[in-house]
Design a protein around this ligand. Structure first.
Ligand code: PEP
Ligand code: MN
Length: 369
């Protein structure tokens, strides 16, 4: 439930509602808005009786939140979240490009690629220092040395950096260096890692799991927000299907659905979806056309020698072409969607739902704990 305060409600009036909610044994989470504050009720097992809150001064109304992902849902925040990462904005009407190699291999490699991608359109530099590899014999990343190289890239180019925390153990270290902490697809339901990310003050880039439904993905984001970190960026990176012509299948339909369901920014990683560089540019174009808030793209100056994901890494010239093309697509998208503005209407019931109220086609979350 969302308790909506009247415009101009005083801090004392807001506090009275917060303590009223907490006296009932629930958690109260105020959501500051441009015009008025709303207070989201969390940790209620059943329906909440709103009558006692409605009698309090400056309370305008109480609105039920029907989605299981409460803080993530557009029901609790109608407007798009914008996240400021060192002056680079992500979300709402912005198209933000993150680019760089799969893995940081050495300082010269990282700086060479960073200078190239910055010149042609990247806003944020990506690169793994700790790599989640399928094989234990594959390059696992440079670890802390890789993080130090990322810090030098930021110093030299001015670009914020995004890099992955592959487990709870390295989170503290990654958080010290990264501007955005990435949680990889394989960790999307690593709940202790999500809880740790919830305690962080750094923005979190949450990739969609290899076989995760949209509902499961949004619930993973809810873990981070419930923990107190409201700076979550969602990233669609393809899901596992029967197809062999690509590494994964990019689920572009997820983008409009997530934008309708949630106020959080959603970006697309066409590189890990495709697995082959020839598919990355067309998929990147398509992702911008369906309304994503940005792309994460792997680029390497010499992909033949890359220590990981060379076949899907774009040559710098391809990345440059992609940036020019998506600029044009994004301006058409903006014009045709009235400046990317969301209507802010209540989206309840706007998706096909099955009898239990889940988004049609999604799995039942109930048993998952
Ligand atoms: C990555 O971005 O480096 C990565 C490993 O991606 P994913 O978790 O999507 O496989
Ligand atoms: Mn990669």
């Amino acid at each position: 439930m969302l308790v909506v305060m009247r415009r101009g409600a005083t801090p004392d009036e807001i506090e009275a509602v917060v303590s009223g909610i907490e006296q009932k044994g629930y958690t109260a989470r105020p959501i500051p808005g441009g015009e008025r504050v709303a207070i989201c009720v969390l940790h209620n097992d059943g329906p909440v009786d709103a009558s006692s809150f409605l009698q309090l001064p400056a309370v305008k109304e109480a609105i039920p939140v029907t989605r299981p992902y409460k803080l993530v849902s557009r029901e609790s925040q109608a407007w798009d979240t914008t996240i400021d990462v060192g002056g680079v904005l992500i979300g709402n009407a912005h198209l933000t490009i993150m680019a760089g190699p799969c893995a940081i291999e050495n300082e010269i490699q990282a700086l060479t690629i960073a200078r190239m991608v910055k010149k042609t359109g990247a806003h944020i530099f990506r690169g793994g220092a700790f790599k989640p590899r399928t094989s234990p014999y594959a390059f696992q990343g440079l670890g802390e040395e890789g993080l130090k190289i990322l810090a030098r890239v930021r110093l030299e180019t001015g670009m914020p950096v995004v890099t992955e925390a592959i487990d709870h153990e390295v989170f503290d270290l990654v958080e010290q260096y990264a501007d955005i902490v990435q949680i990889g697809a394989r960790n999307m339901q690593n709940f202790s890692l999500l809880r740790r990310a919830g305690k962080s003050r750094k923005p979190v880039l949450l990739k969609r799991g290899l076989a995760a439904t949209i509902e499961e993905w949004l619930m993973a984001a809810e873990y981070v927000m419930e923990g107190g970190n409201d700076k979550v960026i969602l990233c669609e990176r393809g899901v596992r299907t029967f197809a062999h012509h690509s590494r994964n299948t990019l689920d572009l339909s997820a983008v409009p659905v997530v934008r309708q369901e949630s106020h959080l920014p959603v970006i697309v990683d066409p590189s890990h979806a495709a697995g082959f560089r020839d598919q990355v540019v067309p998929l990147g174009r398509a992702a911008v056309a369906v309304g994503c808030h940005g792309l994460m793209v792997e680029v390497h100056h010499a992909p033949e020698t890359a220590l990981s994901d060379g076949p899907q890494s774009l040559y710098p010239a391809q990345f440059s072409d992609l940036c020019r093309q998506i600029e044009a697509i994004f301006s058409v998208y903006k014009t045709s969607t009235n400046g990317c503005r969301q209507t802010g209407r209540n989206v309840t019931g706007s998706l096909a739902r099955n009898a239990s109220g889940k988004i049609a086609g999604s799995q039942n979350l109930g048993q998952a704990g």
